[in-house]
Design a protein around this ligand. Structure first.
Ligand code: ZN
Length: 62
């Protein structure tokens, strides 16, 4: 018998919606929440003015 089956570890809750997080998407429960968090982070940390991509010039340089 398989008494030593893996014990179900309670996963930490998703910081966005509070649902149990998914390992693959940790610490979030879904890619949606991950995007929401990213959006919040960007809004709080950056003020995106004209969001043109500077990497385009970098590519030309190579
Ligand atoms: Zn979530």
């Amino acid at each position: 018998m398989n008494d030593m089956a893996e014990a179900p570890k309670p996963l930490p809750a998703c910081p966005i919606c509070g649902k149990p997080q998914v390992k693959k998407l940790a610490p979030f429960c879904s890619s949606r929440c991950s995007k929401i968090d990213l959006g919040r982070w960007l809004n709080e940390s950056y003020v995106i003015e004209g969001s043109d991509s500077p990497s385009a010039e970098d590519l030309e340089d190579q």
